[in-house]
Structure formats: C-alpha cells, structure tokens
Design a protein around this ligand. Structure first.
Ligand code: ZN
Length: 225
C-alpha cells in the first residue's frame, strides 16, 4: 500500500491526474479491508480518500473562481476545510500532505467580503449513531464518537426528530455556506464586491501555485509563496 500511496502523492498535483479514477480504485481497497474486518487499514484508506476529495474540491473551487462563480467557490472551499479538519483529527500524519492546501483555503476565505451568515437554531429531539444505528444521547452513549473513524467509516449523528426554533444572523457561523444575501426592492440579489478576488484570478492560473497577501493602505497586495 505504501508504494501505491507514494505514487498517488507524487502525481496528484498534476492537474491532468484523474482524481475520479483514483477514487474508484481506493474505494475498492477500502471495501476489501472492511470486509476483512481490518479496521486499521480501512481507516488508513479512508484518509487517502479524504486527500483525493480535498484535491477534487480544491480544484473545483479554483475552477469556479475562474468562472466568477464566487459563492459556489466559497462552498467548495468550505468542503475542503471540513474534510481537512476531519483528516487532521483522524490521521495528522497524512494531513501534512494537504496542509498547504488547507492553509491556502483559509487565506482565500479571508479575502471574501462575506460578513453575515444565517444560523438555524434547531432543537434536536432524537438522533442515531451512523455506525451502530442506536438512538444515543448524553445519558445513553453508544461508545462511538462523532467525527472519528470506525472500520473506514466516519461517525456522525443522523437526526431523526427535530424542531426548527428560529433563524439568527451571526458573524461566526457553524456553516459557512449560509451566507446572508441582501435583496433590492424587486427581490433581486444585491451582489457583494468581489473585485479583489477578480483581480487575483487574473493572475492565479494554477491552483497549486500558492499565494498570500498583505494589506497596504486598504489595498490587497498579493504575492507568491
Ligand atoms: Zn454507535
């Protein structure tokens, strides 16, 4: 497996590399380990698949930015952020292979003009464990922990009963995709000012060419890193 992983890591930053084909191959590997009950290797392959997903979503964010689809790119960037955090929690060593991408995504997010987000306040009355299917709560834990791996699968809650209590406007959202957009009197969305990103995209052609910026007299100055 080491050789196959090294092959993947040495080719994955070539923008012609077929991520979908790699995904299919590693999904098969994971299934094999899962069937054998080889939890260690199944979890390891989950981490390899997370790397492939991160590259896919990162490239997709860059592509959407090139097409001036700024909100859509923002959502792709959030997916990269979430997968990277889960990867770091479960396999800090493999996370190092995409640490630069995670860093770039955070820098990209920081130049977006979004400041307000909607936040749904949901009262969760019942949820089940995605691994064992048991209804769980603080008093009745099932032993599986949300955000961790079990035989190559990530544990999360499946909400089975809930109530929407309200919606709030927040500056530091749980879900970054919930951007608040203003509307004019005709119900048309008022667009944010994306000009710094548009300026950047004239120069940022290769997603793996990393960059940063500094603010000088209220202007963003971009530079390669
Ligand atoms: Zn469970």
């Amino acid at each position: 497996m080491k050789t196959l992983l090294n092959d993947l890591l040495s080719n994955i930053r070539n923008t012609n590399f077929d991520l979908l084909e790699a995904k299919v191959f590693w999904e098969e590997q994971k299934k094999k380990y899962q069937q054998q009950g080889d939890e260690e290797n199944a979890n390891f392959v989950w981490a390899i698949l997370a790397i492939i997903t991160i590259h896919h979503d990162y490239r997709s964010a860059h592509e959407k930015l090139q097409n001036a689809e700024y909100y859509e790119a923002w959502c792709e960037a959030e997916k990269v952020e979430l997968t990277a955090k889960t990867l770091k929690r479960n396999n800090p060593q493999l996370f190092e292979n995409i640490a630069d991408i995670y860093n770039q995504v955070q820098i990209l997010q920081s130049i977006y003009p979004y400041k307000l987000f909607s936040s749904s306040e949901i009262l969760i009355e019942e949820h089940k464990c995605s691994i064992c299917g048991k209804v769980r709560n603080f008093r009745n834990p099932c032993g599986h922990k949300v955000g961790f791996l079990y035989n190559g699968e990530l544990c999360h809650n499946i909400v089975t009963k809930c109530q929407l209590v309200g919606i709030a406007l927040v500056t530091d959202p749980v879900n970054k995709y919930a951007v608040a957009f203003a509307q004019d009197t005709n119900g048309k969305r008022i667009e944010y000012d994306y000009s710094p990103i548009a300026f950047l995209m004239k120069r940022w052609k290769n997603p793996y060419q990393f960059w940063n910026y500094q603010v000088k007299e209220k202007t963003l100055l971009f530079y390669k890193i």
